[in-house]
Design a protein around this ligand. Structure first.
Ligand SMILES: Nc1ncnc2c1ncn2[C@@H]1O[C@H](COP(=O)(O)OP(=O)(O)O)[C@@H](O)[C@H]1O
Ligand SMILES: [Mg+2]
Length: 444
């Protein structure tokens, strides 16, 4: 007759005895087995009727019990149960010992099973956390995009929302604002990310060749078509086609593009058999397409087909708070490329960079820093490493003066506030400390 026991953790620590018996749960410290759990000492006795540790003498007599053996089940300092038995005959010393050996092995087996459970629970959690972190990373830093301004955050939120869909995305913004980088982010954050990302710069290809470039051509379809050629649309099958400078697309190619977008089918130039394509379109332009439509340079029906999801990428001068972040990111990577560490930018240099209007946006900033990185001495970008940044609409000199005044004003305000706090709000006391007259303080 063996009584298995189990100790639960928590405040109501208890020992489980018979699964259906009267002593199903025995508190620690109560009865024999509770006391074994508490003391962590085995109990072995061949004199049950005479043993003071046995409470229910009547039950012992009725059952004709002669002996009891109980061992704690534990590992190191942890006790998780008690193994105990009653017998009607006296037990030999060797039998007590064997039960002790069994208890020790059972304890190790229980501990193993628990550790195994714990390990699989932890590794499941780790997996979940990992995939969550990967998602986080993707969401936080798509494709090396730098910026923390509210303006760029809005753009990134839009991209996160639209990327997983099949929708056509139209990116509008001045040159150098990062439209291509963002088009790539749409692809990278979409289920098509393992497919190709194919770019066509509509402005860089001559109008006579653009159709063949987009849709391909059959051999001999026009003078110079010596070989059959697969177009960019077909190359992008299963992935994303980025049509850059879509505003420059000639009218004829526009109608063909519209047909492909509507039918998801194309014909190569000089070809006869339709080819099915599965392509997601992202396009970009720095032109005002509404004006282009009004002046009949851009097909209205194509415009409406493309502007399903439009994202306006703000110029850099409307998110100046991103300038320092971009500067440090560019300066570090330029330093790496040049093979010498570059990680500091003079305050004045930074102020110049922040206050310039950047008509060429992030691209221009990158170019300015590339030049500065070459000129730089040591780890530092100095004002003299920068070109004359006076060409902006607002003269940089005046802008710096404005920015300096802003900083001085803001410092003055915080100094006054702090002194007032230290003077418990007493204005004349604060004025005395600041060596100014009281009214100045009041207006602070
Ligand atoms: N937010 C940004 N973070 C990091 N690099 C940027 C960012 N925006 C633009 N760039 C970089 O500036 C340059 C111009 O960006 P690009 O995407 O080609 O602009 P666009 O297509 O609008 O003319 C590229 O080198 C690009 O990597
Ligand atoms: Mg571009």
């Amino acid at each position: 007759m063996v009584q298995s026991a189990d100790l639960r953790q928590g405040n109501d620590l208890a020992v489980v005895g018979w699964l259906d018996g009267g002593h199903r749960r025995v508190p620690i410290g109560a009865l024999k087995i509770g006391r074994i759990a508490e003391s962590r000492e085995p109990v072995c006795t061949n004199d049950l009727p005479g043993d003071p540790r046995i409470v229910d003498k009547e039950w012992v007599r009725r059952e004709g019990l002669g002996s009891f053996a109980g061992y704690p089940l534990g590992f190191r300092s942890e006790v998780f149960g008690v193994l105990a038995m009653f017998a009607r005959r006296a037990l030999l010393e060797a039998e007590f010992e064997r039960l002790g050996v069994f208890a020790a092995q059972a304890a190790v087996a229980i501990k193993n099973a628990r550790l195994f459970d714990e390990v699989s629970r932890l590794s499941r959690r780790l997996e979940a956390e990992n995939s969550y972190l990967k998602d986080e990373q993707r969401a936080e830093l798509p494709a090396g995009i730098v910026g923390e301004s509210a303006a760029i955050r809005r753009v990134l939120t839009d991209i996160e929302r639209v990327a997983p869909t099949q929708s056509t995305v139209l990116l509008l913004g001045e040159t150098g604002t990062g439209k291509e980088l963002l088009a790539n982010a749409v692809h990278e954050m979409s289920p098509r990310r393992s497919g190709p990302f194919v770019k066509v710069n509509c402005a860089a290809i001559s109008p006579t060749l653009i159709e063949s470039e987009l849709f391909g051509h059959e051999k001999g379809s026009f003078t110079g078509a010596l070989q059959r050629r697969v177009g960019r649309f077909e190359l992008a099958h299963g992935g994303t086609l980025f049509l850059d400078e879509i505003g420059e697309l000639p009218l004829e190619a526009q109608s063909k593009l519209l047909r492909v977008l509507q039918e998801r089918e194309l014909e190569r130039v000089g070809g006869t058999k339709p080819i099915t394509v599965d392509v997601r379109i992202v396009c970009a332009t720095n032109r005002n397409l509404e004006v282009e439509v009004a002046e009949k340079r851009f097909r209205a029906d194509l415009f409406y087909r493309l502007k399903v999801f439009t994202i306006h990428v703000p110029p850099l001068r409307e998110r100046r708070e991103d300038v320092p972040l971009l500067v440090y990111a560019f300066v570090r990577s330029l330093g790496n490329q040049l093979g010498h560490p570059l990680d500091r930018v003079d305050d004045t240099a930074l102020l110049l960079l922040r206050t310039y209007d950047w008509p060429g946006n992030v691209r221009e900033l990158h170019n300015v820093l590339e030049r500065a990185a070459i000129l730089a001495r040591g780890r530092n970008i100095r004002p003299e490493d920068l070109p004359d940044l006076n060409s902006s609409s607002k003269p940089a000199g005046a802008a710096i003066q404005g920015a300096l005044k802003q900083q001085v004003d803001s410092y003055e305000r915080s100094l006054i506030a702090e002194t007032l706090r230290q003077s418990d709000g007493n204005q004349s006391e604060a004025a005395r400390r600041l060596h100014v007259t009281a009214p100045r303080c009041c207006t602070g």
